[in-house]
Design a protein around this ligand. Structure first.
Ligand SMILES: Nc1ncnc2c1ncn2[C@@H]1O[C@H](COP(=O)(O)OP(=O)(O)OP(=O)(O)O)[C@@H](O)[C@H]1O
Ligand SMILES: [Mg+2]
Length: 426
């Protein structure tokens, strides 16, 4: 009898797992709930099997308990919370992820003590009434805002066990990051369209003026054409920046493999930007003690130096000096040597609340002033992705009236990293 009970418990487990699997597949979800269902079912089977322990021969009992331990161990490693309750919604089994999410969860206590979610509790009742699985949502506000999809399924028990009534298994899938990503994507599309729409609207306005009132006014036509050209250039720059951002993001997980000399790259950009800085009344200095090879992509590193110098000149140029320095420094956090490229200005600085957001796409402290200077607000986002790809760090230090220093810190190149330590010409 006990053996029969246990066998039917394992059978029930398998049937439930298959049923939940079909349910999941039908809803187009991931495969892991099926795996988890099998494991919960296996645990339940193991628990029920152990009820008849005294009346069975030792060898099969041993096999069942081994299976039960394996199933429990596997369940413990599922990163998402899994909870098994009986038909009165009293907790029978939980995995560590569920305990971490709901510290108030206790075995043999009603689920409602730990999970105050009417939709989930109603869902359990409905699943018990209809026998069909369902999905609902559960959201927490404290300590942080999180959202979960809760998949609820019936777990039929064999005759004789827990009054022959099915138990219920709950799988919680964390939707928080997916929702954040979705919100970021929506924001990004809204921002990009907004940035493109502004110059586009101005272009359309000027075209209408040129077709109408200014048709026979050569001086006005010249002036308007000049403005139209700069608006079109702004759109082109925005599209270029968006494209390079997505190209860099695509390759962010593949670090560069060839050594380049950061000194030569920085010097080249300082030489290019020097005259532009001088034209704005800014002195650009460069202080370096020799070559500094790092594993890098020359074009990407040129963009980093270009943007940092450009920002310092554009937004910090009122201080009259922009100093670029390059040197080796031991990173206190990792005790590894890093190559630090620092760009310092003596301009108005940046208030603390803006600093963590400067590398967000389209974030600008003063949108109008950035736009007037032809900025798209994508520069530091591109810089950050490039630095990440080079396994480096970007550190922005600034205080109002005290200027700004932006540091890009790259891992120092060790010749041992490569079979051929040839330095790519910069
Ligand atoms: N050295 C600096 N001093 C003061 N503010 C700065 C400095 N560097 C950046 N900022 C602020 O950070 C914002 C974001 O810079 P970012 O380089 O991402 O965009 P941008 O310069 O406006 O546009 P783009 O780089 O595309 O031309 C700038 O608009 C500016 O408000
Ligand atoms: Mg910039």
């Amino acid at each position: 009898m006990a053996r029969g009970t246990r066998r039917s418990a394992w059978t029930a487990a398998a049937v439930t797992a298959a049923g939940l699997g079909v349910f999941c597949a039908g809803r187009g979800t991931l495969d892991w709930p099926l795996v988890a269902a099998s494991l919960v079912a296996a645990c339940a089977g193991g628990i029920i099997g152990s009820l008849g322990q005294s009346r069975v021969v030792r060898a099969p009992e041993h096999a069942a308990s081994t299976r039960h331990s394996v199933a429990e161990a596997l369940l413990a490693n599922i990163p998402d919370p899994v909870i098994l309750v009986d038909r009165r919604a009293v907790v029978i089994e939980v995995n560590p992820a569920a305990r971490a999410l709901l510290p108030a969860l206790k075995l043999r206590h009603p689920l409602s003590f730990a999970l105050r979610a009417p939709d989930v509790l109603d869902g359990i009742e409905e699943v018990l009434r209809t026998g069909a699985g369902l999905k609902t949502l559960y959201a927490t506000r404290v300590p942080t805002e999180r959202a979960f999809e809760v998949q609820i399924g019936a777990l039929p028990m064999p005759d004789g066990a827990v009054g022959g009534q099915p138990n219920v298994v709950l799988f919680l899938r964390d939707l928080t990051s997916a929702r954040r990503l979705e919100a970021m994507r929506v924001d990004f599309v809204a921002n990009a369209s907004h940035e493109l729409r502004t110059p586009l609207a101005s272009l359309l306005g000027f075209i209408e003026t040129l077709q109408g009132p200014a048709r026979n006014d050569p001086p006005a036509r010249e002036r308007f054409l000049g403005i139209m050209k700069s608006q079109a250039q702004r759109m082109a720059r925005l599209v270029d920046d968006l494209l390079s951002l997505s190209r860099i993001e695509l390759r962010e997980h593949v670090p560069p493999t060839r050594p380049v000399d950061l000194t030569r790259i920085a010097r080249q950009m300082v030489d290019t930007q020097g005259p532009l800085a001088r034209a704005r009344g800014v002195t650009l200095t460069f202080d370096v003690d020799g070559p500094h090879p790092i594993l890098g992509e020359r074009d990407e590193l040129l963009r980093v130096v270009e943007n940092l110098i450009e920002n310092a000149v554009k937004y910090g140029g009122s201080g009259g000096l922009v100093a670029v320095t390059l040197g080796r420094q031991t990173d206190a956090a990792t005790s590894r040597d890093g190559i630090v490229l620092a760009v310092r200005d003596e301009g108005p600085g940046i208030a603390a609340e803006h600093i963590p957001r400067l590398t967000e796409r389209f974030y600008r402290v003063d949108v109008a002033s950035s736009r007037d200077q032809g900025g798209t607000g994508l520069g530091l986002a591109i810089v950050k992705h490039i630095v990440n790809r080079h396994r480096g760090r970007l550190v922005i230090e600034s205080a109002p009236e005290e200027g700004t220093t932006v540091r890009a810190i790259f891992p120092e190149f060790q010749p041992a990293d490569l079979a051929e330590p040839a330095i790519e010409p910069a």
